[in-house]
Design a protein around this ligand. Structure first.
Ligand SMILES: Cc1ncc(COP(=O)(O)O)c(C=O)c1O
Length: 413
């Protein structure tokens, strides 16, 4: 007899609940600075990717309102069919200038940018080599392209080289996050660029979490590594994290962008982002580039958090970015710690499989230039308390996570 799809979903849902893996959408009723109000409770927010504190900046809000008055709310059509308005063109130029690329092309989301770029570049018979901790959208993009996907040990250039060598004659794309979204570490970009150069592979960097945060004027992890357009031909960035708005782009040579205009289906077959969002993003880029004090402040808060964690015996991954995961291993324990933090007035989400591998559940602490030092202190105290109360031996969890990471990687090769 045919399996009933909704019944199958119900069973999967029950299994998720049993394994403490159910996700829940919570509505934020209002925002006050670095606080969110959820279910009537005011929580200090350590979940936001608004690393520079721009999402509610009056200059961005004003730019958006002004553009909405002029252009209306929606773009009304796809970019190729009349939806591409002057604010979109201005934003693409600003992004190309900032990232030091010839051209940039807008997409409505980062997920769509990755799907569009990778599936336009690769086809059946080609090879896509990816860091195994890459964002889901890059992995999905390779699957959509129908190419051979091989994943390498996280941040391990030798493993990447071995994976490239498995299909030495196939046209190849090596794709990596610039900053890993759940771990916060920075990819070994210079070594990967050298490998790609030696192997005639094309390097693509998803800099969703590096843009605005790393490099001179916040131009990102690729700029920080001083890699040119020739060395990183495909640079993708998102506009909804440090820039505080929404959307994404791919930047590169004029030839690459022209090819994406023709062949990136998630660019061609969708409505252009609202022009007012593009106008707000131009203001965000100016603010991110020229208010360097936001990055200075963020760096100081990151240092404060890391030294405070060390003083309290809270083990952390190596990360110099605003993403500071606290690995606890077990999903139920991660959830319990997150709930305790909520009780203490702090919003720190528990990240569980399948977003991270089994046994790698964690609290994902995201810092923002909006936080005050005393708020980071409050987080540290609450975290130490919640972890002790839940019996989480974080050093052990961290070591176990590293060990199981290595095992998974060996399987992958
Ligand atoms: C590394 C990375 N790439 C891509 C995306 C997708 O971007 P967007 O949220 O704009 O779809 C995200 C996060 O959402 C991300 O963390």
């Amino acid at each position: 007899m045919r399996e009933d799809l909704l019944e199958r979903l119900a069973h999967a849902q029950a299994a998720r609940a049993r394994d403490a893996l159910l996700r829940r959408v919570r509505t934020v009723d209002s925002i006050e600075g670095a606080h969110v109000v959820v279910d009537g409770r005011r929580l200090l927010d350590f979940a936001s990717n608004d690393y520079l504190g721009l999402a509610r900046h009056p200059r961005l809000v004003e730019a958006m309102v002004r553009a909405a008055r002029e252009w209306g709310v929606g773009a009304s059509a796809a970019h190729l069919l009349g939806g591409h308005r002057e604010p979109h063109a201005a934003l693409e130029s600003a992004l190309a200038r900032w990232t030091g690329r010839e051209r940039a092309l807008l997409f409505s989301t980062g997920y769509m940018a990755n799907l569009g770029a990778v599936s336009a570049l690769l086809a059946r018979g080609d090879l896509c080599v990816q860091d195994r901790l890459n964002h889901a959208s890059l992995l999905d993009a390779a699957r959509l392209a129908g190419c051979t996907l091989r994943r390498y040990v996280h941040a391990d250039v030798h493993s990447a080289a071995r994976q490239l060598a498995t299909e030495a004659r196939a046209p190849a794309l090596l794709a990596t996050d610039g900053v890993f979204s759940m771990d916060g570490d920075v990819a070994p970009l210079r070594a990967l660029a050298a490998l790609c150069n030696a192997e005639r592979a094309c390097l693509m960097v998803d800099d969703a979490h590096g843009l605005g945060v790393l490099g001179a004027e916040g131009a990102g992890s690729v700029a920080e590594a001083e890699l040119s357009q020739r060395e990183v031909p495909v640079l993708m960035g998102t506009l909804g994290k440090a820039l505080g708005v929404a959307g994404a782009f791919v930047a590169g040579s004029a030839a690459l962008i022209e090819a994406l205009v023709q062949g990136a289906r998630s660019f061609v077959y969708t409505t252009a982002m609202p022009p007012a969002l593009a106008a707000a993003t131009v203001a965000a880029i100016d603010t991110a580039r020229f208010e360097g004090w936001r990055r200075d402040r963020l760096r100081a808060l990151i240092a404060h958090f890391r030294s405070g964690a060390a003083a309290r015996g809270i083990a952390l991954f190596e990360s110099r970015t605003p993403i500071q995961p606290v690995v606890v291993g077990d999903s139920a324990r991660a959830l319990a710690i997150s709930e305790r933090l909520r009780d203490a007035g702090l919003h720190v989400p528990a990240i569980r499989p399948p977003t991270v591998a089994r046994g790698h559940a964690r609290l994902r602490v995201a810092l923002s230039a909006q936080h005050a030092e005393c708020e980071v202190e409050r987080l540290l105290d609450a975290l130490a308390h919640a972890m002790n109360a839940s019996g989480a031996r974080d050093e052990t969890a961290l070591a176990a996570a590293r060990e199981s990471d290595a095992c998974v990687e060996r399987d992958d090769e």
